[in-house]
Ligand binder design. Structure first.
Ligand SMILES: Nc1ncnc2c1ncn2[C@@H]1O[C@H](COP(=O)(O)OP(=O)(O)OP(=O)(O)O)[C@@H](O)[C@H]1O
Length: 355
């Protein structure tokens, strides 16, 4: 677990990141192209050895943030800066958003991705050994077979895979074992940053807990940082040092996990938390339920994007875009009235975060 939130421990800086997709609609005569603002002006940092949870309803832009950070897609604007050196050495900063060609290919092994579906993301015709070795071979990081085998066996053992299984094919394995194979593949190149995109969502609850524990152990051993994308706030709470909440392409709140759970400042975070059955002895805590669907980013509401569903919205919420600001130490939000709301659960404590 990383508690060092100092600037010298920063691994990734995301500054004003936007990803807009052109969407063309056919009309009777000709066509009409609009920009879909999947991610709009998002800024945050991730520290070394830290897990940042990213939550929000379907379509809010979580996957697009992760893919842009990995340069799997090109950002429309903004920066992704990666500090490559160890914290005590002189740091060397790589502007990931500007990399291309050979430089991008050489940088790729430092970042990786674990997909949601452990069934479709493994090639059924490859052995487990070859699947795990693939990133080393594809990036040209290692060429010597004995060296590759040693690295594969090392990461497979860390992921608690039986080494005898390396010669088998993926169909022989359960969902949990397959996800261990996916994690081994993602970590074989010893990346410093890994995006886990809904990586436990498809698994049974007991298996989810095993995978979350495995990711924590691997983080302690290898110092890797995770962006952990999920719908399920209770899973995110178990693994994340800090949590960001997204709504229609915007970050609405970002705070250390306990603060976000027990003193949220944004009505949307409060609404998401209201859906979790936490034992809460505080009589003042009034849960709210969200009505309606998340708006389409093509027709995102003006002002605060949440105002159309916010039970606390006032006039200016429909016209003025709220400023993204630090309302308490390490606690950021974008709500005009964050200072006025009290959604806190003063009697809550960390042990109440669902396990
Ligand atoms: N390549 C693309 N072209 C056009 N629109 C896209 C593209 N990729 C994503 N989108 C749109 O961008 C928005 C954000 O999508 P994204 O997948 O990032 O959301 P998400 O929060 O990860 O959702 P989910 O939880 O369902 O995966 C959605 O409206 C989606 O339809």
């Amino acid at each position: 677990m990383s508690d060092d939130l100092s600037a010298s421990n920063t691994l990734l800086e995301v500054n004003n990141l936007s990803v807009h997709f052109p969407v063309t609609k056919r009309r009777l005569f000709g066509s009409d192209t609009q920009m879909l603002r999947a991610v709009d002006d998002v800024s945050f940092v991730i520290h070394r050895g830290e897990t940042v949870g990213l939550v929000g309803e379907s379509g809010s832009g979580k996957t697009t943030v992760g893919r842009a950070m990995l340069r799997a897609i090109d950002p429309t604007s903004g920066e992704v800066l990666f500090n490559t050196a160890a914290p005590d050495a002189a740091q060397s900063q790589v502007a990931v958003h500007t990399l291309s060609g050979t430089a991008l290919r050489q940088f790729r092994p430092r970042m990786s991705l674990v997909f949601q579906d452990p069934y479709s993301s493994l090639n059924p015709r490859m052995t487990v050994r070859d699947i795990i070795a693939e990133p080393l071979v594809a990036s040209g990081l290692m060429k010597d077979r004995a060296q590759i085998d040693a690295r594969v066996r090392d990461i497979a053992a860390r992921c608690k895979l039986n080494l005898e299984h390396l010669r088998r094919f993926p169909h022989a394995f359960s969902g949990g074992q397959r996800q261990r194979i996916c994690i081994a593949r993602a970590l074989v190149s010893k990346p410093e940053f890994v995006v886990c995109d809904e990586s436990v969502s498809a698994l049974d609850v007991s298996i989810q807990a095993e995978i979350v524990n495995l990711l924590r152990d691997l983080q302690d051993e290898m110092g890797v940082s995770f962006l952990f994308i999920a719908h399920d706030l209770s899973v995110v709470a178990q693994i994340s040092h800090r949590v960001a909440v997204m709504y229609v392409g915007k970050f609405v709140e970002y705070a250390p996990t306990e603060k976000l759970f027990f003193s949220p400042r944004h009505p949307y975070t409060h609404a998401l938390l209201s859906a979790i059955p936490l034992a809460d002895p505080d009589a003042n805590f009034a849960p709210i339920r969200l009505k309606g669907e998340i708006p389409n980013p093509l027709t995102a509401p003006s002002g605060c994007r949440f105002h159309t569903r916010c039970p606390f919205a006032k006039d200016r919420c429909s016209t003025d875009v709220p400023e993204w600001r630090e309302v308490a130490a390490e606690h950021f939000t974008a709500c005009h009235f964050a200072e006025e709301f009290d959604f806190s659960r003063p009697n809550g404590n960390a042990s109440e975060i669902p396990a």
